[in-house]
Design a protein. Structure first.
Length: 247
């Protein structure tokens, strides 16, 4: 009996890292499979072909449609499947700009949190601890992020050039608290979400003309500049801290 307990404990320690990484491995595996198998299904063409059926189902089962839409959106984001932009457009198409943007942002935040928790549980806690005890540039980067967490979190959400999946991983790998991730994600994705939801709300006219929506609208100056202005406001505390340190 004395010999089996240490062996049992050793087995648990050996299995623990693998078990902790299973959620992240599952997400990456499903994402890889989905990239090849779902690309043709989660598309604008699919939405255009099924628009009348979707509207009819929404009119007959509004609450069920809302719940099903949010659940589908969470799965798309949580497993990094292709079609997140189409899902956002669909939210606007089915529910108009409001409450469509609320459904979109809520579902995207839940899906992002799934990735965040999987990454933090599998890799983030250990990596953050290593960065904390390291020296040199790695420690300087970690300290810089820790000192300006709110600013960094809002910046990676507001700047359109940062991929959504990357913006979910970085906070998990540097030890950002869950509540800060949730708040910054929800409010940080509202500007971009509002733009694409409003585009989706106008899809009826786009379908009638037989055209495709302009998804590059977010880079139009009258839309991009206000978003970059919000990003500048988010970065302002970091700039002020730099000036204070310099002084």
């Amino acid at each position: 009996m004395m010999m089996t307990e240490p062996n049992s404990e050793t087995a648990k320690k050996t299995q623990s890292p693998i078990l902790r990484r299973l959620p992240l491995i599952a997400i990456l595996s499903v994402a890889a499979i989905g990239a090849f198998t779902l690309r043709d299904y989660l598309s604008f063409e699919t939405l255009a072909e099924n628009r009348e059926a979707l509207l009819a189902f929404r009119d007959a089962n509004y609450l069920m449609t809302v719940l099903a839409f949010i659940a589908a959106y969470v799965v798309i984001v949580g497993f990094s499947l292709p079609g997140a932009t189409i899902a956002t457009l669909t939210g606007g198409f089915l529910f108009s700009t409001f409450p469509g943007v609320l459904f979109n942002v809520t579902a995207a935040t839940i899906g992002a949190t799934i990735i965040f928790l999987a990454a933090r549980w599998g890799l983030g806690e250990k990596l953050a601890a290593k960065m904390e005890t390291s020296e040199g540039k790695v420690k300087a980067i970690k300290d810089g992020i820790d000192e300006n967490q709110w600013s960094v979190l809002f910046l990676i959400r507001l700047v359109p050039a940062v991929p959504f999946f990357v913006a979910n991983l970085i906070p998990a790998l540097v030890g950002v608290p869950l509540h800060r991730f949730l708040i910054s994600t929800f409010f940080g994705i509202i500007p971009g979400g509002l733009v694409y939801t409003s585009v989706g709300a106008g899809l009826g006219e786009v379908f009638a003309r037989g055209e495709t929506p302009d998804l590059g609208v977010i880079f139009e100056p009258h839309i991009l500049l206000p978003i970059l202005g919000l990003a500048a406001l988010a970065a302002l505390p970091m700039v002020l801290k730099r000036f204070k340190k310099g002084a």
